[in-house]
Design a protein around this ligand. Structure first.
Ligand code: UDP
Length: 458
């Protein structure tokens, strides 16, 4: 007799990975698949701490955890090269042990398949070694995966060296329909951090080993959004943007508690009037840049909702706003530490999204038809900005001044240019309609998701 299928979902232990993986897991559970979700112990404590009791009660998946080997490491040092090294050396063995334990205690419904994060390809290697089915998830845009798959050829032709740096500052072009990469925009480039860059580059290179064997690669996109990159990726299955499941909180998986007071504040604002400013889970600012951003928002004269994470200013334990800033903006500005971002973007009072262009934020903005102001700072964010501004024409970038700062005047001007640009608003609405079609009955992502559910054996 065939054993029932039981899927273990394993993201990389970072906010921008855990949250979309959780959404995927919820969608699979909703379609009748038995899902267990494996976090590092550190991440699990964070997401349980941020979930409401109701969210925990309604959670349709089982949460389990395993050690990342960094118990002795202070929270603020769990990043960069140290975390990533542990990801590679300690976590694969611990994941294997976890699967063995689950299968011993749950021998009627052992894990039969691992849905693993392709950025940490060892999740899939562990599954392969243990004879389990494997499905990969690429948690960024398809262009960055197409780039990673081109690395062996770029090394062979001498365009990049074995550390991922370009030899001659060449532009990297995969096809005429895909924006080119400048040498400083490659996904793994980490200015001033050569050890981190080498690790990120090796991770990108290692992806080639995983996709060498036929494997399904799930991606949070829809085909038409970037058909050229999708066409370059063997096994790709675009399933995005995954819908929120009614009754369940689509934002489970957050590391910080969401401050929902911003939703009632938004209810009181006129339609299409509020700028939403959020830079994801890792972007940080110098105090000077933070001040210019605050003063730019003040100068703009617009209402705004600004996510200011704890420790968002480098080297400072709490935020210092410019003198009298909080008093001056009190009647038209709201600041929160962490927002229910998807609900915010879906709110009718939001006029545009001032974003760092992380892939999840990009897809959440696209799904809700909001134009973007783009402020990318690392990794694939430069690439996502090019799609937003040049390919889809739904956003504007900001220019740095000669001191390497984005000035308050630049911010004020670009906000004005964006909110008065009806063409971009129309383009953004069109993208939202396309996204909706794709996940509706008969659409590409809808059909792909159905075939995934069938493959997983519901
Ligand atoms: N997010 C959120 N509340 C916030 C800011 C961000 O829930 O106040 C979520 C956002 O909806 C997205 C994720 O955090 O799903 C950030 O992922 P993204 O890829 O955009 O950026 P990263 O954090 O990986 O840089």
């Amino acid at each position: 007799m065939d054993l029932p299928q039981h899927v273990l979902v394993v993201p990389s232990p970072a906010q921008g990975h855990v949250k979309p993986f959780m959404k995927l897991a919820y969608n699979l559970a909703y379609h009748g698949i038995k899902v267990t979700f494996a976090n590092s112990e550190f991440v699990e404590a964070k997401i349980l701490g941020a979930m409401s009791e109701a969210d925990k009660e309604q959670c349709p998946i089982r949460l389990v955890s395993y050690s990342d080997g960094l118990e002795a490491c202070p929270a603020e040092e769990r990043n960069g090269a140290r975390l990533i090294a542990s990801l590679k050396e300690v976590m694969p063995k611990n994941l294997e042990k976890l699967i063995e334990q689950i299968n011993q205690s749950d021998n009627k419904e052992p894990i039969t398949c691992v849905i693993g994060d392709l950025t940490v390809g060892w999740t899939l290697e562990v599954a392969r070694k243990m004879g389990l089915k494997q499905v990969a998830v690429w948690p960024a845009g398809p262009a960055s995966l197409a780039l990673a798959l081109r690395i062996p050829q770029l090394i062979e032709t001498g365009v990049i060296d074995e550390n991922g740096s370009t030899m001659k500052n060449e532009l990297i072009c995969l096809s005429e329909e895909i924006p080119v990469w400048n040498s400083w925009e490659l996904t793994w480039i980490s200015p001033g951090k050569p050890a981190l860059q080498k690790i990120l580059f090796d991770f990108s290179l290692a992806i080639n080993q995983v996709v060498k064997n036929p494997i399904i690669v799930l991606c949070n996109t829809y085909y038409e959004l970037d058909s050229s990159s999708c066409a370059m990726i063997p096994g790709i299955l675009p399933i995005g943007p995954l819908p929120a499941i009614s009754n369940l909180n689509p934002c489970s998986g957050s590391f910080l508690s969401q401050d929902s007071t911003c939703l009632s504040w938004l209810d009181k604002q006129p339609p299409n009037s509020v700028i939403y400013i959020a830079f994801g889970s890792t972007a940080m600012f110098s105090q000077k840049q933070f001040d210019e951003l605050a003063l730019g928002l003040e100068l703009s004269g617009h209402s705004f909702l600004w996510v200011v994470r704890p420790n968002i200013v480098t080297g400072s334990s709490h935020e210092h706003y410019p003198d009298n800033f909080l008093e001056k903006i009190a009647s038209r500005g709201k600041i929160v530490e962490w927002a229910p971002q998807e609900k915010v973007l879906a709110h009718s009072s939001i006029s545009c999204f001032f974003s760092h262009c992380g892939w999840n934020s990009t897809m959440e903005g696209v799904s809700n038809g909001v134009p973007f102001l783009c402020w990318p700072y690392v990794w694939d964010q430069f690439d996502n900005k090019k799609y937003i501004c040049e390919m889809w024409k739904v956003g504007l970038g900001l220019d740095y001044d000669e001191d390497g700062i984005i000035s308050r005047h630049e911010i004020k001007t670009k906000i004005h240019n964006l909110v008065t640009n009806d063409g971009m608003k129309m383009n953004a609405r069109k993208l939202m309609e396309d996204a909706k079609k794709s996940v509706s009955h008969g659409g590409g992502s809808y059909e792909n998701f159905k075939s995934l559910v069938k493959y997983l054996g519901a």
